[in-house]
Design a protein around this ligand. Structure first.
Ligand code: AKG
Ligand code: FE2
Length: 359
């Protein structure tokens, strides 16, 4: 039943502090989003600038990733689009379906059950949150998420929520193989011939699995599921459900536009993060994207953020600069980059300025 909130209802207290999340708010049956969720005009998604000419980002068959043509297609997509989808990546469809079902199982838990994963969670590596960085934001995002740091299978078995533990670990084990292969292909083009222990901590030393939950929203045109941003990962591997809502920024000769990433059954969406843009000295591009909530249905998406370990120093790779190219970025500690990103609301590609050399 649709209802309105009383004037004394404290939205932030209910959603953020009491851990009901925006799902708790949507479950009250509100007929309009509260003020806290209304984006300023310039941040609202304007569906009239959705691009219909380039209907989609590249879709690449990953079944023969040794084929030079496939490798070239991947590097080309990472350089020109910053985004692509892969199919035939080797992760069985049952595992993907099982994982998505487990995300719903988790978010459908009663609030008291979920509350134990709020900021005082017993494990540092599992945390339930809402919006992006509520303490830094003027306007909240229409999203709840569960963040799980993947240290090892043993650690995940001991700490990840039982409702999704099995499915999430099975997925991570398979996804790790795909991630290594993707990084090999992308790094080979940068003259890094193998991923050894030394560069592994810099490329994929800390992987995070997130469960994003966007409840159905009475005013999707006023809100942001996730505001414009680029990821601060090396790469991100995202599984989305079939409701759609992910849009990627595309620069045009005359005007810029937003391109929808259509759900493709069994596909994984891959995008370049700031770290790979920095390491490649701008050969590969991290591209702005956003998620728009849906009026009629909830949506889930499941990104793996492939991040460097916190202590890693990131900067343009020596192999990239070896031919005399001028570095565009300085060396920064990844944990500093990470803290900088979360200290501000989402703001397009601003975060990368933090690592730029200003000459
Ligand atoms: O939900 C999506 O499709 C995108 C989510 C996203 O961009 C993120 O979590 O960084
Ligand atoms: Fe993202």
């Amino acid at each position: 039943m649709a209802s309105a909130l009383s004037n004394s209802f404290n939205v932030t207290e209910f959603v953020v502090n009491q851990g009901n999340g925006v799902k708790g708010l949507a479950d009250l049956g509100i007929e309009a989003v509260p003020q806290q969720y209304i984006q300023p005009l310039h941040e609202r998604f304007d569906s009239s600038i959705t691009n219909t000419q380039h209907s989609t980002i590249p879709i690449i068959d990953f079944s023969n990733s040794d084929d030079p043509l496939v490798k070239e297609a991947i590097c080309e997509a990472a350089a020109n689009w910053g985004f692509f989808q892969i199919v035939n990546h080797g992760i069985p469809i049952d595992i993907l379906h099982g994982l998505k079902a487990s995300v719903h199982r988790f978010f459908d838990l009663p609030v008291p059950e979920k509350r134990k994963y709020l900021k005082d969670s017993p494990s540092e590596s599992v945390r339930l949150a809402t919006s992006f960085s509520p303490r830094a934001e003027q306007v909240l995002e229409w999203k709840d998420y569960l963040m799980m740091l993947y240290v090892s299978e043993d650690e995940a078995s001991a700490s990840w929520p039982p409702e999704c533990r099995h499915e999430a670990i099975e997925y991570m084990k398979r996804a790790e193989i795909v991630i290594k292969r993707l990084l090999q292909v992308l790094l080979d083009k940068l003259n890094v011939k193998e991923i050894d222990k030394e560069n592994e901590h810099m490329l994929m030393g800390a992987m995070r699995l997130n469960f994003n939950y966007y409840p159905k929203c009475p005013n999707p045109e006023l809100t942001a599921g996730v505001g414009r941003h680029s990821d601060i990962s090396t790469i991100t591997v995202l599984l989305q459900d079939d409701s759609g809502g992910l849009f990627v920024h595309r620069e045009g000769d005359i005007t810029d536009s937003w391109i929808h990433v259509p759900p493709v059954n069994g596909a994984l969406v891959i995008n370049v993060g700031d770290v790979l843009q920095i390491m490649s000295n701008d050969l590969y591009k991290s591209v702005e994207h956003r998620a728009v909530p849906n009026r009629n249905t909830s949506r889930i998406s499941i990104p793996i953020f492939v991040n460097p370990e916190p202590q890693a120093l990131i900067g343009p790779l020596p192999q990239v600069l070896e031919s005399g190219e001028r570095p565009i970025y300085k060396q920064v500690k990844y944990s500093d980059y990470f803290s900088h990103f979360f200290s501000k609301p989402h703001d397009g590609k601003k975060a990368i300025e933090f690592a730029k050399l200003h000459v």
